[in-house]
Ligand binder design. Structure first.
Ligand SMILES: [Fe+2]
Length: 258
């Protein structure tokens, strides 16, 4: 599939320079979605019902339900919603597939003004591509997706020095119910702005390139910070063995022939 720049801001525009470690030039896009309201409503109701028992905060001040599709079967239904992958692939300009590692494949995040929920700190994503679908937004002030428009290393070093970014250095994307945000935030410094009021519940469906599944930034320690039981390691290694390594070796061979 040719690499078409999607609508919205491309990765090159966002970062001010091209990068190599990427699935395509997808940056951040926001479009209305056509997901059935009753399906989303069911997911929200179940998420709220299991929040206390299933949503934990371990890393980066992010409270979320891991492996959401394992708790809520309707999430898996949405992952396989007819036409979804084709539409997302079109948007990204590359063929995408669901991210396979179950603990991080689908998540439900709870963000809010309360300390119990909070919002996620500055970080870069481990997964290549994410689709964020707000399920509920109540009386929200703050909580926008905020991206540093520069080099990840430089941005982190400046934060470590106690610096704050200027508004011109940031790209800000408010969330809206009925709209999805599709973003490639691997090696892109971003956070959710603190919420001063209200709360948001979001469904996050993660994706990767079908042809280059090794383009990924989820090392074992990063996944383990959120999932310290390590019960996902066999799944991870099987994926490296069966999908990532063969695709990587095939790409290397292709490069050598050129
Ligand atoms: Fe993120």
């Amino acid at each position: 599939m040719p690499e078409n720049p999607p609508a919205g801001i491309t990765r090159t525009e966002l970062l001010g320079r091209p990068t190599v470690w990427r699935v395509s030039d997808l940056g951040v896009t926001q479009t209305p979605h056509d997901y059935p309201a009753d399906l989303l409503g069911e997911i929200l109701a179940k998420a709220i019902a299991i929040k206390e028992s299933a949503a934990e905060k371990r890393h980066l001040n992010l409270r979320y339900i891991r492996g959401a599709h394992q708790h809520i079967p309707e999430v898996a239904e949405l992952v396989h919603h007819p036409g979804r992958l084709a539409a997302l692939s079109e948007l990204a300009g590359v063929r995408l597939e669901p991210y396979p590692i179950s603990v991080i494949s689908t998540t439900i995040t709870f963000m809010g003004a309360s300390a119990e929920d909070g919002t996620v700190d500055w970080h870069a994503d481990g997964v290549p591509v994410t689709e964020i679908i707000p399920l509920a937004m109540e009386d929200v002030e703050g909580g926008e997706l905020t991206v540093f428009r520069g080099n990840y290393e430089e941005g982190m070093a400046r934060l470590a020095d106690g610096e704050e970014f200027t508004p011109a250095e940031l790209a800000v994307f408010p969330h809206r119910v009925g709209h999805r945000t599709v973003a490639q935030l691997m090696r892109v410094l971003h956070r959710t702005a603190p919420m001063t009021r209200g709360y948001r519940v979001s469904l996050n469906l993660n994706l990767r390139s079908a042809e280059r599944p090794y383009v990924d930034d989820n090392p074992l320690y990063y996944l383990a910070a959120d999932n310290p039981t390590f019960d996902w390691v066999d799944e991870y290694l099987d994926d490296v063995r069966q999908r990532q390594l063969p695709a990587y070796l095939a790409a290397q061979e292709g490069d050598e022939r050129r």
